[in-house]
Write a protein that binds this ligand. Structure first.
Ligand code: KG4
Ligand code: ZN
Length: 339
């Protein structure tokens, strides 16, 4: 069924791939008018990780009120919406199904064009919300709780995977190390806060380089090294050295990220890099990337758009809809969907 009406209108973005329910509205020129994210952190914290069944149930409860708030905050009525973008994967199937079903219902009810968006493309676009897309090819590093992917981007829609993690995602490593130290979930923000008062060179943790896959990353050795140290320390000493351990762990993750960026810049002769995903919120990472990669243009997602949000999905959708791309209403959700 072809669903086309009012191509030049406002864009509605919907994102429910994991544990955040998010809806955003973009102006016809790509300005973010509203970006509402309802975090489920409190629901999952007791389990020290995301429980898929609970995530789906929470999306069901949150999606309509979040949608209404997004329209109200943008001061836009449903009549002004010209198209819809929704995350169709990769992610948790039960979570994706809620956002996609809701988006299809709106598209069907209002006779609107809809486009299925890859969550990772949303992250790649996120540093360019309210900012022009670069002319030259660049490296995009999506570093989150579920993904650690390094892409060469030649233009919107053309992504070559250069490197990725062979085990844990960087954010997952932050979360697991934080959980081990009793810092709660998600651990990244708390751990990085505790690291502020620690010495990043207090402990020398491993920075893995894979001989046959130089662009790939691995965090399991680092995670085990921190765990070994932690378990060997007496309880009083754990408390005393927590900031130093957090800072040293964080530094090891940052060093690996910078190393892979330097490698891709040199080998692909790139002049720009973009960082996105939850871990790119990390202050020390942001500072270090800008300092160490002098001479290269560094694009960082604004802090509100590093973690999962629907503005990045709406932005990717706007580009695709403006090109005339739409998805048929029977499109599926996908747990795996390489970019
Ligand atoms: O992009 P995101 O919201 O969700 C995924 O698509 O995974 O990223 C969430 C991840 C979590 O693992 C969280 O611990 C991590 O990003 N994170 C951080 C920081 N803020 C969030 N990691 C390190 N430092 C931070 N400041
Ligand atoms: Zn994400």
């Amino acid at each position: 069924m072809a669903m086309v009406r009012n191509q030049s209108g406002y864009i509605l973005g919907i994102e429910t791939s994991c544990d955040d329910t998010a809806v955003a509205v973009l102006s016809p020129t790509g300005r973010v008018l509203s970006s509402i994210v309802s975090s489920q952190d409190r629901v999952h914290a007791a389990y020290r990780g995301i429980v898929p069944e609970l995530a789906s149930r929470q999306h069901i409860e949150s999606i309509v009120p979040i949608f209404e708030t997004a329209l109200t905050d943008a001061a836009v009525s449903l009549d002004q919406i010209g198209g819809i973008g929704v995350t169709a994967g990769p992610g948790l199937i039960g979570s994706l199904a809620v956002g996609v079903s809701f988006a299809k219902a709106v598209a069907l009810g209002r006779w609107l064009p809809i486009v299925a968006i890859n969550h990772l493309e949303g992250h790649v676009v996120s540093p360019f919300l309210n900012r022009p897309w670069p002319e030259a090819p660049f490296a995009a590093f999506v570093i989150s709780g579920g993904h650690t992917h390094l892409y060469r981007v030649d233009r919107f829609g053309s992504y070559q995977t250069i490197g990725q993690t062979v085990d844990d995602a960087a954010g997952e490593a932050f979360d697991k190390v934080a959980a081990m130290m009793g810092l709660g979930f998600p651990g990244g923000p708390v751990l990085s806060k505790r690291a502020e008062t620690g010495n990043p060179s207090a402990f020398s943790f491993p920075r893995a380089r894979l001989r046959d896959h130089r662009f790939h990353l691995s965090f399991s050795g680092l995670k085990s090294a921190v765990a070994r140290l932690w378990e060997e320390l007496p309880e009083a000493e754990q408390k005393h050295r927590l900031a130093d351990i957090a800072a040293s762990f964080q530094q090891a993750v940052i060093d690996v990220i910078i190393d892979r960026l330097e490698l891709v810049i040199a080998e692909h002769r790139l002049t720009a890099v973009a960082l996105a995903g939850g871990v790119s919120c990390n202050h020390r990472l942001r500072q270090t990337v800008s300092q160490k990669l002098a001479g290269v243009t560094v694009y960082l997602a604004d802090s509100g758009y590093c973690t999962d949000n629907a503005a990045m999905i709406a932005a990717a959708a706007q580009i695709r809809l403006n090109r005339g791309e739409t998805s048929p209403l029977d499109f599926a959700v996908r747990s795996r969907w390489p970019l």
